[in-house]
Write a protein that binds this ligand. Structure first.
Ligand code: ADP
Length: 230
């Protein structure tokens, strides 16, 4: 008799535990934690790659660099890589369809599995930005902020030529190609900031100074701790 009563009481406690756990899982599916998706924006040589790596570590984000993805394809010699090479080696933007297709695959693989994404070198045209917004919307998420690194033109050219000495990147060794890339940035990519300014997502950050200081400025924007009055 006593045994049966104890068994009954234990069952009740176990039931409550199972019930509460079920509610917890249900709530986390109905209200999943929001992803933190950010775009690190700026001209070639502004330090996007370096800073993306540091922010990814701090905020536990997935880093997606279209430049890195395209270089991987190029190195593999895939049809996409061979197509992209024609543009990249001349400092021109790779066609939108190619880059958007690559991003679509990456989002398909990762949304829902990562805390957020830091986009580096993408979107680079308004068409890419519109495609990205749509793809994220389909996944019920969005871009939170666009952090735009500001660096003077002479400093950009100096940094890229310096990088060219060791990077092995054909597009970094020739000043004409660097100027072409900066031209592409001014005529096509700069407009992307205007696209996101409409929804007040752009934050300009000084991209000159020490790597450490620039990371602090970017993090302050992400944490909403820029010392400005709200
Ligand atoms: P950087 O910002 O220093 O130019 P990236 O690695 O971001 O270096 O890009 C290298 C090259 O790859 C670009 O000049 C361009 O040809 C190509 N590329 C990278 N991302 C894109 C993109 N989103 N759209 C079109 N072309 C791209």
């Amino acid at each position: 008799m006593q045994n049966t009563r104890r068994y009954a009481r234990e069952l009740t406690i176990a039931d409550i535990f199972v019930f509460l756990r079920a509610i917890y899982f249900k709530l986390t599916t109905i209200f999943p934690k929001e992803m933190l998706n950010i775009i690190l924006f700026g001209p070639p040589g502004s330090g996007k790659g370096t800073q993306a790596y540091r922010l990814k570590e701090t905020y536990n984000l997935l880093h997606i660099s279209t430049g890195d993805l395209l270089r991987e394809e190029k190195a593999k010699g895939s049809p996409l890589g061979l197509e992209a090479k024609k543009y990249m080696d001349n400092g021109l933007l790779v066609p939108d369809e190619v880059v958007i297709g690559m991003i679509r695959v990456k989002l398909e693989e990762n949304v829902g599995k990562v805390a957020g994404i830091i986009f580096d070198g993408f979107p680079r045209t308004v068409a890419q930005a519109e495609a990205l917004d749509k793809l994220l919307e389909e996944k019920e998420t969005h871009i939170e902020k666009v952090l735009a690194l500001e660096v003077g033109e002479d400093e950009l050219v100096r940094r890229l030529l310096e990088r060219g000495k060791t990077s092995g990147r054909a597009d970094d060794t020739n000043e004409d190609k660097i100027r072409t890339r900066l031209g592409e940035y001014h005529s096509k990519t700069a407009l992307v900031a205007g696209h996101y300014a409409k929804s007040d997502k752009v934050r300009n950050v000084l991209g000159e100074g020490s790597i450490e200081d620039i990371t602090k400025r970017l993090a302050a924007e992400l944490d909403g701790d820029t010392g400005e009055e709200e």
